[in-house]
Design a protein around this ligand. Structure first.
Ligand code: FAD
Ligand code: S2G
Ligand code: ZN
Length: 468
């Protein structure tokens, strides 16, 4: 019998140590079903102390540990390699809201809390927790913090990093660091909290967090605008930011092909325009004054954009239901692209002003190198973050296309580098981009990251093979 797993059973209970193939399978394959790892087992602790005890056993028996939340990550960060030596440590049982402080405007929540449940808990308390992304029904706040997730609200509220005030973390040595301070100012030494945020489980296991809450807006309005080019979208962004300031809380670019895919695979989702356009922007205003004030602002933006020829059509959602249906168009792009078949994703960012040039130049380079590839280009334009995803030519078999992944990545990532951008804007590096990042980060930067990893996790048991 496996002594290590027996000791784990003594900590979390036998039923919380999964080893049967049917039980462990969902934890070992990534969301895109592109990779399946192996593990000694899946361990599901119920508290930070149980996590600490398991990590101590991992030290004692030299067992690598892969922390996992909702397993919706897109860079193979949350699944083990194929050696079978690791355990997956699932935080999903640790999902309580521990405290809400309406005067401090903070909520203390455990890492395994699903993002949508956190949004609901905030709303029930009369507040807004503004992190929002397509996977919110299954991703967890621990995973959001560990990947420093972005989503559609970054323009106004920042990445997950900006939403966090304090963390509770189990260190690679199995100690519990209680940094659950709800302070907006605390300058007492190195910023340990920000070291763990975005570390993708390679420096420690986040078990709880203190997060910021925001006032609920009095009105939230959504509009879908149709235009010719990404540069028109940038002009609209500037116009909207100039007139609405902080009230502009969402600005998502979608190409015509993105929405054709959505309509093809989800025919019930209709475009609210008689004919299609090359580009669309979904924009959202959140107003603290009133519905009328928000509507006046939005109509002023739309009118000015039509008069200046920046857009040639627009629809303003007349109800919450219509607003939701516009957002569903946006949120179904990832699912539609997955339904269409295998694709090569690029979660990139470039300076906002250069997005139009980046798309034009890189589209041309890709068509030259891989004629007939179909571009699924969409994303968080206000953050300079594009999902610049490449689908194979209609006539090409998926697998044949995926074999060219490295060559396609090189064309796109070299272009990103030329535009002084990043090859991972919000999804992280995981195992997927571990090698690729070395082509673009300086030796100094790589050495600094390796020094931090060596200092905190000298036994290299924390999510090995991810990031570094
Ligand atoms: P997992 O996938 O379980 O893990 C992700 C990483 O975090 C892994 O490295 C894992 O080891 C680590 N980890 C997980 N929990 C912990 C913990 N408690 N302590 C330490 N490390 C931990 N991402 C965006 O940023 N923006 C988007 O708009 C977006 N849209 C998406 C849409 C869809 C349809 C899908 C499928 C994914 C999308 N994602 C997006 C990617 C993904 O949802 C995010 O990366 C999310 O933050 C992952 O959360 P999770 O709980 O699923 O983490
Ligand atoms: C989103 C999902 C990833 C992708 O929906 O904003 O982060 O490329 C993306 O489909
Ligand atoms: Zn995204």
């Amino acid at each position: 019998m496996n002594k290590f797993l027996n000791e784990c059973r003594a900590v979390v209970g036998a039923e919380q140590v999964l080893t049967a193939e049917a039980d462990t399978a969902p934890y070992l394959t990534d969301w895109r079903r592109r990779f399946t790892g192996k593990a000694q087992g899946v361990v599901r602790p119920a508290s930070a102390d149980e996590v600490a005890a398991i990590v101590k056993l991992c030290n004692q028996f030299q067992v690598p540990v892969v922390p996992q939340g909702g397993n919706t990550g897109l860079v193979l960060g949350s699944v083990p390699d194929t050696s079978g030596s690791a355990i997956v440590l699932s935080l999903t049982r640790m999902n309580r809201v521990r405290a809400i402080d309406l005067i401090n405007n903070t909520i203390t929540v455990e890492a395994g809390c699903i993002l949508q449940n956190l949004q609901t808990a905030a709303a029930e308390a009369g507040r807004l927790f503004p992190l929002s992304l397509g996977a919110e029904g299954s991703c967890t706040i621990g995973g959001n913090l560990s990947t420093n997730a972005g989503g559609t609200g970054v323009l106004r509220y920042g990445n997950t990093r900006e939403l966090c005030l304090g963390l509770e973390v189990v260190t690679p040595q199995g100690e519990v660091w209680n940094g659950l301070r709800g302070l907006r100012k605390d300058n007492t030494g190195y910023d340990l909290r920000d070291l763990f945020i975005g570390a993708e489980g390679t420096l420690g296991i986040i078990t709880a967090a203190v997060l910021k809450l925001f006032p609920q807006p009095k009105a939230q309005l959504t509009a879908l605008a149709a235009m010719r080019t990404p540069d028109d979208a940038l002009t609209l962004l500037n116009l909207a930011q100039g007139r609405c300031g902080a009230a502009l809380t969402g600005f998502e670019l979608m190409s015509e092909f993105c929405l054709q895919l959505v309509n093809k695979h989800f025919p019930q989702m209709q475009l609210p325009f008689p004919q299609s356009s090359p580009q669309y922007v979904l924009l959202e205003l959140s107003d603290s004054e009133s519905e009328e004030h928000a509507m006046a602002m939005l109509e002023a933006v739309i009118t000015a954009a039509l008069e200046e020829g920046v857009i040639h059509d627009a629809v303003v959602a007349g109800s919450i239901a219509q607003s939701k249906s516009l957002w569903h168009l946006r949120e179904h792009i990832t699912l539609a692209q997955a339904e269409e078949g295998k694709n090569i994703k690029h979660d990139v960012s470039v300076p906002i002003s250069r997005i139009g040039d980046f798309i034009r130049e890189t589209d041309i380079l890709l068509q030259k190198a891989f004629p007939g590839t179909r571009m699924v280009t969409f994303g968080h334009l206000g953050d300079g973050n594009l999902h610049y995803n490449v689908s194979p030519p209609e006539a090409m078999a998926d697998d044949a296309f995926i074999e060219q992944q490295d060559a396609v990545n090189q064309v796109v990532h070299d272009s990103v580098h030329r535009f002084s951008g990043s090859i991972s804007a919000e999804h992280g590096l995981g195992a997927l981009k571990r090698e690729e990042i070395r082509r673009y980060k300086s030796e100094v930067e790589m050495r600094l990251m390796e020094t931090i990893k060596q200092a905190l996790d000298p036994m290299k048991i924390m999510n090995p093979g991810k990031i570094l």
